[in-house]
Design a protein around this ligand. Structure first.
Ligand SMILES: Cc1cc2nc3c(=O)[nH]c(=O)nc-3n(C[C@H](O)[C@H](O)[C@H](O)COP(=O)(O)OP(=O)(O)OC[C@H]3O[C@@H](n4cnc5c(N)ncnc54)[C@H](O)[C@@H]3O)c2cc1C
Length: 316
């Protein structure tokens, strides 16, 4: 294999925000074997994994080390699914999915096949690997609910298979950020034909809920801050930001959305520094009005030694 076919230098990092600098080295391996070869060839360097970039803010100065995009590891295989038969009773199906597969496309495909399980995640932009790393979800469920096991590779190239029960899934947390997730076994249910319309309707309802409550068409990274736990109760960060009077607040090309206060939306020409300055301002206002220090949900990438928010950066 020639590395030149899968590696670029000073390559733009595509994110939903659409701001920020380049990756010093960006690799897009086609197979897990190539991924391991790339890791060995860059031993000792910092490794970061890029999904769809829907929860990522890259600093304007870009990042050093190796960035891995798994977009080519996107196969989907169904086990226990018979396309010619509609079962009389719900049947267990396992989908083995590459980490680079796009979650929204997978949801549409599984719902079309009459498979229940993923429809509650409708409207979440993600790669499957990124959704697992973040334990993506919301009001209707989270991806951990349908995970049987995860295949991953350590930063030094060892392969691991981790069953669900050994993963410390929590609110927007998987504890897998030190690994490279390469694929997952999802347990889904093949429904009898008369029950399939219900799943299609649920997906429509979830999508409608998201469209009504979030600025889905704007450039953002979803919720910027984690919902804090106050006196043992998980509390909406959006509500605190709204009550602190931050809706509509702007710095440069970044603005606190007037649809959902925990979304920062950016216009063309905005910089990562605009977003970071706005995050700092929102945090100060919420701290002043509610005595709560919000922690970022969005993952912040910068060169080693560059601190973006003065405190701890998001880990997943
Ligand atoms: C409009 C909009 C709406 C959103 N709504 C929701 C929502 O309802 N619920 C929700 O939970 N999130 C939501 N988000 C945030 C985002 O969709 C999720 O966090 C998603 O899981 C990010 O996946 P990604 O592939 O884009 O990961 P990225 O943003 O690329 O990366 C996020 C983190 O995951 C790590 N990662 C990515 N792939 C891998 C891998 N293969 N192995 C190991 N680590 C990996 C990255 O290193 C990084 O730390 C929304 C975002 C947008 C833009």
């Amino acid at each position: 294999m020639r590395f030149s076919e899968i590696i670029e230098h000073e390559a733009p990092i595509e994110t939903w925000f659409g701001v920020g600098g380049c990756a010093h080295t960006l690799a897009r391996p086609r197979t897990v074997e190539q991924l391991v070869d790339v890791l060995h060839a860059h031993a000792g360097q910092r490794v970061r994994v890029l999904g769809e970039g829907a929860n990522l803010l890259v600093h304007d100065g870009g990042v050093d080390g190796l960035v891995l995009s798994l977009e080519r590891l996107n196969s989907v295989e169904y086990h226990g699914y018979d396309v010619s038969v509609s079962p009389e009773r719900p049947r267990h199906v396992v989908a083995t999915v590459g980490a680079g597969a796009k979650l929204p496309k997978l949801i549409v495909e599984t719902v079309r096949l009459g498979l229940e399980g993923l429809e509650v995640l409708g409207g979440i932009p993600a790669s499957v690997g990124g959704a697992i790393a973040m334990n993506a979800g919301g009001a209707f469920g989270e991806i951990a609910d349908v995970i049987e096991s995860v295949e991953a590779i350590s930063m030094t190239g060892s392969r691991l298979n981790i069953p669900h029960d050994e993963i410390s899934f929590g609110y927007r947390h998987s504890g897998l950020s030190h690994l490279i997730i390469t694929s997952v076994d999802l347990h889904l249910t093949h429904l009898p034909e008369h029950k399939q319309a219900g799943v299609r309707q649920r997906l429509k309802d979830v999508m409608a809920y998201k469209k009504n409550s979030q600025p889905m068409a704007d450039r953002s990274a979803g919720c910027v801050f984690r919902n804090p736990t106050i006196s043992g109760v998980r509390t909406s960060a959006g509500l605190l930001i709204d009550r602190a009077g931050c809706m509509g607040l702007s710095v440069g090309g970044a603005t606190v959305s007037d649809r959902h206060a925990n979304f920062i939306v950016v216009e063309r020409g905005a910089t990562a520094e605009d977003v970071i300055a706005l995050m700092r301002l929102v945090r100060e206002r919420v701290r002043a009005s509610h005595d709560v220090t919000l922690q970022p949900e969005v993952v912040l990438w910068a060169r080693d030694g560059v601190a973006l928010l003065d405190e701890e950066q998001a880990t997943v």
